[in-house]
Write a protein that binds this ligand. Sequence first.
Ligand SMILES: Cc1cc2nc3c(=O)[nH]c(=O)nc-3n(C[C@H](O)[C@H](O)[C@H](O)COP(=O)(O)OP(=O)(O)OC[C@H]3O[C@@H](n4cnc5c(N)ncnc54)[C@H](O)[C@@H]3O)c2cc1C
Length: 327
Amino acid sequence: MLRFQWSNARTVADAAAQLRTVPDAMLKAGGIDLLDRMKEGLERPSRIVNLLTVPDLAAIREEKEGLRIGPLVTLAQLDQSAVVRAKWTALADAAGHAATPQIRNVATIGGNLAQRPRCWYFRNEEFHCKKKGGTTCFAHDGENQLHAIFGNATCAAVHPSTPATALVALGARVTLTGSTSERTISVEELFASPERDVMRENILAPDEIITAIHLPPLAAGTRSAYLKQGAKESFDWPIVDVAAVLVLRDGRCTSASVVLGAVAPIPRRAEAVEERLVGKALTRATIEAVALSALDGATPLAHNKYKLPIVKAVVARAIAAAAGVAS
Ligand SMILES: Cc1cc2nc3c(=O)[nH]c(=O)nc-3n(C[C@H](O)[C@H](O)[C@H](O)COP(=O)(O)OP(=O)(O)OC[C@H]3O[C@@H](n4cnc5c(N)ncnc54)[C@H](O)[C@@H]3O)c2cc1C
């Protein structure tokens, strides 16, 4: 039996201090991912530091500078928040289409951003893959149907967070609070490619806690959309998901942020698409032509080439949805 201590954190400072001083202590929010990893034999924490007992971390607050989201806000709260849905629609839809209603009621946005990949080789303790300090990515020559089609040379696991796709597209920032310091960086900078460190997906220091997510105010004419294509309708991680955030003035696109999820080890900005959208009047034909650029740089594996046309289709539909063009 796996033995561990349980500690109900009183404050963020208390939680961060425990993460710094207790070897192998691990932070728990909703526990959906952490408990799975413990059951899968991937984690053996000496102590679980329960963040749910820290007050004031579960609120969504409008601020002069935009919106502040506490790390313990659940995916269900984000889906149901009137202000998030009205203004930052892509995030409400990303949260509302993740997992199942039961999971969304428990899963927190902080834990969602810091969850580990669902690659079946990584999740199986029998496979000592690169993410566990090994020398092989078993997906490269194995079952890679759900794996990355971009940036997959070192490790082919895709990033598991669907809200991250929307948060990156919306230009969100995160505050990271450690035992001795605090910093605020973009969500895009939070994530680290396998080339930077194959054993991690983010740059959180061992004692750092996500203590806030900040959504910037929206420029006039901003519209956003999030679309997910899964293998089945009921619940699942996406095969491909896309968030599009457009600023439209006088019928033309003056700014575009288009981010792809579930296709790379970290959320992937479709830069060529963004560049080609700016300055254009968005018609169905323009959008279809521009969406093809989302495939630039793709390096699909033996069993996941089928994702290529899905990426193009979902990119086109997400842009059309944000622009209010029938697709
Ligand atoms: C059947 C199923 C389907 C799913 N489908 C989807 C999906 O479509 N899209 C999707 O995005 N997810 C999906 N998930 C994953 C689920 O949403 C995540 O496991 C959940 O959001 C994690 O949040 P949590 O609060 O439970 O985190 P926890 O399990 O408590 O923590 C996860 C990790 O984050 C760390 N952590 C927690 N809080 C913080 C914090 N504030 N700061 C720093 N580190 C922190 C923990 O130490 C741990 O390593 C699915 C899960 C299941 C079981």
